[in-house]
Design a protein around this ligand. Structure first.
Ligand code: TPP
Ligand code: MG
Length: 546
């Protein structure tokens, strides 16, 4: 039993939870925690240049490592800045714990300096928000915060730490994380699902983040091979199945393949596995047709039936469900659907093959750039991205596999790409990590290049520069033709700005120059920014590819 300050007790709980990294912007209100990390032997504290960057890094770190991401910020200004990454963690079901320094207890409720009621403020944005008002309760509440972040449908938890509470002294008794099992459907329910699949004419699997977080890809692959089922990935969840697999029918999201929509609409049974069938995946709840039959399997009972009426809801961890299913399915029960599965895959392959390049020399052209990236990107790469039209080329043409992973925000948050890449690279330093951003999104978190240089986190950032908020311009042209307002941008030379930060950088204005620059970036001993100057008239991947 030791006497410890509250700040140091918080660090002891982080150690017990196995935390290896925390991302922060420091503040005086929680200096007691930061001091506990001074020269810490097992927890690396990474100071960032904006709390939005810190929360994105923690979120991407969690996705890449499978551990809980930790970020920290101070009082109202810092905590509100954290919001974007916590919102992303909520929408993406990513386990994150955010520690926030709070006003001293005697001043709470007086609208004290930078005061915000965090339990109320984050109550909708996060899975749980809690304030610790007694130093003795740090282990109990903080372990519960980690448990809440990890268990069920994972998500973000905010823990508010009053400044004076962190300075109180406690008798610290070693504590342990809460251990728990993941719910698994019983064998009768699993057999019922298989029975329904066997009875259906053309069942279709839509697989989402639940498959990725449970690391159930090998089981999904075996399951769909045995039952001959086509698989579509939910929005930005490309890694549910190798995109080279013959059962892969493509991805749901913006700019999806119309042939995939037809295939899903002609299906008489949808198996939604680890997906809540979000607005984007279903394109405003239209993709599944008017009256779909759905079996939904999800770790969280509250995700079942959230977007659609389902015929059968199965509360189960995806991996556990699939393992049970594999133990009862007989060898290759259904060969009759093979032809259809191949037809869907052919349609995906056709849609995801970039057309030949125009050979333009005034601008670099994204079809050609994507071909070059796909030809040169090493195994064990992670690609992160922002939201924006530039992402259309990545989504459409890149083939993700076990060793070529995508990490990005289903929340559609701009500014994610660069800090997301830093979080992923910190988790998996041996991997090549490449971020994709537009000029609009890159400028939202560009300052994290300093974090990258200071901490020696060598990522490659690809910035697709069309000098505008292109996605919004495209919507503007559709809905308010000829009335361009708020979407034009002027930009600095991103490659030069990168050099001023201490990175390497190059600007590419034609197709031929891209590949040599990409190779240089892959071998760079510093973070590298590749700015690609694209034709402002080509706003989406489909515009030139169809
Ligand atoms: C944080 C945030 N703010 C605003 C938006 C709305 N939005 C979506 S895409 C976009 C423009 C993106 O511009 P850019 O990054 O240059 O990519 P482009 O569409 O030009 O390829 C905007 C403003 C958003 N998704 N996220
Ligand atoms: Mg742009």
């Amino acid at each position: 039993m030791k006497k410890l300050s509250g700040g140091h007790a918080v660090v002891r709980v982080l150690e017990a939870e196995g935390v290896k990294r925390a991302f922060c912007v420091p503040g005086e209100s929680y200096l007691g925690v930061i001091d506990g990390l001074y020269n810490h032997p097992s927890i690396q504290l990474i100071s960032t240049r904006h709390e939005g960057g810190a929360s994105f890094m923690a979120e991407a770190y969690a996705k890449a490592s499978g551990d809980v991401g930790v970020c920290m910020a101070t009082r109202g200004p810092g905590a509100t800045n954290l919001s974007i990454g916590l919102h992303t963690a909520m929408q993406d079901s990513t386990p994150v714990v955010a520690l926030i320094g709070q006003v001293e207890r005697p001043f709470i409720g007086k609208e004290a300096f930078q005061e915000v009621d965090f339990e109320a403020y984050f109550s909708h944005l996060c899975k749980w928000s809690v304030e610790i008002d007694d130093v003795e309760r740090i282990p109990e509440i903080l372990h519960r915060a980690f448990y809440e972040a990890r268990s069920g449908r994972p998500g973000p938890v905010v823990v508010s730490l009053p400044h004076d509470m962190l300075e109180d002294i406690t008798t610290y008794i070693d504590s342990k994380p809460i251990r728990f099992n993941r719910p698994i459907a019983d064998i009768q329910t699993v057999e019922k699902v298989i029975n329904e699949i066997n009875k259906a004419k053309n069942p279709f699997v839509i697989a989402g983040g639940g498959v990725i977080s449970a690391q159930a890809q090998p089981e999904l692959e075996a399951f769909v091979e045995k039952l001959n089922l086509p698989v579509a990935s939910a929005f930005r969840r490309f890694n549910v199945l190798s995109n080279h697999h013959q059962n892969y029918a493509g991805w749901l999201g913006f700019g999806l393949n119309k042939k995939l929509v037809e295939a899903i609409q002609s299906s008489d049974l949808i198996i939604a596995l680890g997906t809540r069938l979000s607005q984007v995946s279903t394109q405003d709840y239209t993709v599944l047709g008017d009256d779909p039959r759905i079996i939904q399997i999800d770790i969280s009972e509250s995700s079942i039936g959230k977007s659609y009426d389902v015929e059968l809801g199965v509360v189960s961890d995806a991996k556990g469900f699939l393992q049970t299913a594999l133990s009862v399915i007989k060898e290759n029960e259904n060969t009759k659907r093979q032809e259809e599965v191949h037809r869907y895959n052919d349609a995906y392959v056709k849609h995801s093959t970039p057309p030949g390049s125009k050979g333009d020399t005034q601008y670099a052209e994204m079809n050609s750039v994507m071909q070059d990236i796909m030809s040169a990107v090493p195994e064990n790469s992670i690609l992160t991205s922002d939201a924006g039209n530039f992402y259309g080329w990545l989504a459409r043409y890149f083939r993700f596999t076990d060793s070529k992973r995508y990490i990005g925000p289903t929340s559609g948050a701009m500014g994610y790409g660069l800090p997301g890449a830093l979080g992923a690279k910190v988790a998996l330093p041996e991997h090549t990590v490449i971020s994709f951003s537009g000029d609009g999104g890159f400028m939202m978190t560009i300052q994290e290049l300093e974090t990258a240089v200071r901490e020696g986190i060598n990522v490659i950032s690809i910035v697709v520069n069309n000098n505008m908020f292109g996605t919004i311009r495209a919507h503007q042209e559709n809905h308010f033709p000829g009335r361009v307002v708020a979407t034009p941008l002027t930009n600095p030379r991103f490659s030069e700005v990168a050099k001023l930060y201490g990175c390497n950088g190059a600007t590419v204005t034609n197709n031929e120059d891209f590949l040599p620059v990409f190779h240089e970036a892959l071998h760079s001993d510093k973070p590298y920014v590749i700015e690609i100057v694209t034709d402002p008239n080509i706003l989406s991947a489909g515009q030139v590819a169809d």
